[in-house]
Write a protein that binds this ligand. Structure first.
Ligand SMILES: *[C@@H]1O[C@H](CO)[C@@H](O)[C@H](O)[C@H]1NC(C)=O
Length: 256
């Protein structure tokens, strides 16, 4: 009974606050809130600090920000942010370097939420507000139904058209290879030089070390890694890195 009342009060205050547009976490905590910070301010601040890699290793999106993050990840703003990041990337590719043209110029892309969008999956799973069920996510990936991430296909083709070898390095497992290829091809990606997925020997490693190891293998094979486009910091960290890295927005989940 007491529990029910708590739930009711929580729900009521949340609903009430959202309706007024100024539900206030700081006030809820009884702290001084001179700035009059709204839930929107709080959640945007959470989101930007995820992007800045200040907030790390979260398992779920905070409950009070699920709605905000869901809105952002399906918004025009998200698309504009993607477009801007990819434009900067195009600018770098077209002005900042001269390729050797010896077949050893390379570029790396992540797959999920860089080339293929998992937003439709997370839409069904409260936009990161519930703990990730890997079995469930992989089942969805096996259907090869992920749409492409806005604007990335253009960039991918631009880079490929310049004669740069494209490597896709993903934390997806080898078991998903066929489904991943089908999915990529279905939405228009083709002509990559390498599709690197996690094998059994990589199972125990965190994604950051696994990806750094794969880059080292490319370097050892004589490739010059000009750039990495990814949505997770773990795709850039560790050595060797690349001349430039381009982070795409993603506040649905954190891969360490
Ligand atoms: C994860 O998803 C699978 C398949 O949908 C389901 O059978 C399983 O019970 C889920 N596990 C948890 C811990 O929720």
């Amino acid at each position: 009974m007491k529990r029910n009342l708590c739930f009711f009060l929580l729900f009521f205050s949340l609903f009430n606050g959202l309706a007024l547009g100024d539900w206030n976490i700081l006030n809820q905590k009884g702290k001084n809130n001179k700035l009059g910070i709204s839930l929107k301010n709080y959640c945007e601040s959470w989101r930007i600090n995820v992007e800045l890699n200040n907030i790390r290793g979260f398992d779920v999106v905070p409950e009070e920000c699920v709605e905000y993050i869901g809105k952002y990840m399906t918004s025009t703003q998200y698309k504009v942010d993607l477009e801007r990041a990819l434009e900067e990337c195009t600018l770098f590719v077209s002005t900042n370097f001269v390729l050797k043209g010896d077949g050893k110029d390379a570029w790396i892309f992540d797959i999920d939420d860089t080339l293929l969008s998992t937003v439709p999956y997370y839409k069904q799973h409260s936009f990161g507000g519930e703990k990730l069920n890997m079995t469930c996510l992989e089942r969805w990936m096996k259907t090869s139904k992920a749409p492409s991430v806005a604007y990335t296909l253009d960039l991918y083709n631009e880079i490929k058209g310049r004669g740069i070898k494209i490597f896709l390095i993903s934390s997806r497992g080898e078991l998903l290879r066929d489904a991943t290829i089908d999915n990529l091809v279905n939405v228009g990606y083709h002509g990559w030089t390498g599709l690197i997925l996690r094998g059994l020997e990589d199972a125990g490693k965190n994604v950051q070390s696994y990806k750094a190891e794969q880059r080292k293998r490319l370097k050892d094979d004589g490739y010059r890694i000009w750039g990495i486009v990814g949505d997770q910091w773990s795709s850039f960290e560790g050595a060797p890195s690349a001349r430039r890295t381009f982070k795409l927005p993603n506040s649905l989940y954190y891969v360490a």
